[in-house]
Design a protein around this ligand. Structure first.
Ligand code: SAH
Length: 213
C-alpha cells in the first residue's frame, strides 16, 4: 500500500486536530479510504466527513476513526474485537496495528462487501463475521481490546465479559443521538473504570434480528 497526496494531506489535518500516535497516523496514511466508499463518493473519500454507505449506515469521518483507534491503544500482538464492520475501513486501520481483528456486522450485504474491500487491498488478518454485536463473539474471547462503532445506551454486558482484565473498550454511549459520548472503559483487577471522552453522533447499535439476506 502506498500513499497519495490526498492521504498525506489528511494526515496533516489529523495531526493539526491532535492525533499524535505515529503508528495510528501511519495506518491512516497507508489504508486507501477510497476503496471503502461507493463510486459516487470517491471524490469525497479524504474529506473529514462521515459518508453514507449501503443499508442506511455511515462510515465515520477519518478524525473519529483515528481518535477511537488512538484511544484504543492496541499493541502488535493484540487480538481485537470490533462491533459494526460497515465498510471494513476501521477494521483495515486496526489490522495495521495488531495481530488479528474479529469484526461483527448484522447486515450480510455489508459483511460481504467489507470482506471484499479488505481482500482487495491485501489485508489478511481480519475475520469478518455476520452476527449480533450485543452478544459479541465468544469463540475467540477474551480480547485485548474491543471497539464498537455504533451507539448503545449502555455497554453490552457480553462485551464487558469478553474483554481481558487489563483490556480496554472504546464505544459511543448515549440514550439519544444528542447525548452520545465516545467512552473509554478499562477493565482492571479492581473492576471497570469508565470515562466520557468526546461528544459524537453514531448510528445505533441495533437490538434485533441479524439480516442474513
Ligand atoms: N466501522 C464502520 C462503520 C460502522 S457504521 C466502517 O469503518 O465503515 C455501524 C455499523 O454497525 C453498521 O454497519 C451497522 O449495520 C452495524 N450494527 C448496528 N447494530 C449492530 C449489531 N447489533 N450487531 C452488529 N453490527 C451492528
Amino acid at each position: 500500500m502506498s500513499s497519495s497526496l490526498e492521504q498525506i494531506n489528511l494526515i496533516m489535518q489529523l495531526r493539526k486536530h491532535g492525533i499524535h500516535d505515529t503508528r495510528v497516523l501511519r495506518a491512516m496514511e497507508l489504508v486507501p479510504r477510497e476503496e471503502f466508499v461507493a463510486q459516487a463518493f470517491r471524490d469525497q473519500a479524504y474529506a473529514d466527513a462521515a459518508l453514507p454507505i449501503a443499508c442506511g449506515q455511515t462510515i465515520s469521518q477519518p478524525y473519529i476513526v483515528a481518535y477511537m483507534t488512538e484511544k484504543l491503544g492496541v499493541g502488535r500482538d493484540d487480538i481485537v474485537l470490533e462491533i459494526g464492520t460497515g465498510t471494513g475501513y476501521q477494521s483495515a486501520i486496526l489490522s495495521q496495528l495488531c495481530r488479528h481483528v474479529y469484526t461483527i456486522e448484522r447486515y450480510k450485504e455489508l459483511q460481504k462487501s467489507a470482506s471484499a474491500n479488505l481482500a482487495r487491498i491485501g489485508v489478511t488478518n481480519v475475520t469478518t463475521i455476520i452476527g449480533d454485536g450485543w452478544i459479541g463473539w465468544p469463540p475467540k474471547a477474551p480480547y485485548d481490546a474491543i471497539i464498537v462503532t455504533a451507539a448503545a445506551p449502555e455497554p453490552p454486558g457480553a462485551l464487558l465479559e469478553q474483554l481481558k482484565t487489563g483490556g480496554r473498550m472504546i464505544l459511543p454511549l448515549g440514550e439519544t443521538r444528542e447525548t452520545q459520548f465516545i467512552t473509554q472503559i478499562d477493565k482492571t483487577e479492581d473492576g471497570l473504570e469508565q470515562k466520557e471522552l468526546l461528544p459524537v453522533r453514531f448510528v445505533p447499535l441495533v437490538k434485533g434480528r441479524v439480516k442474513r439476506r
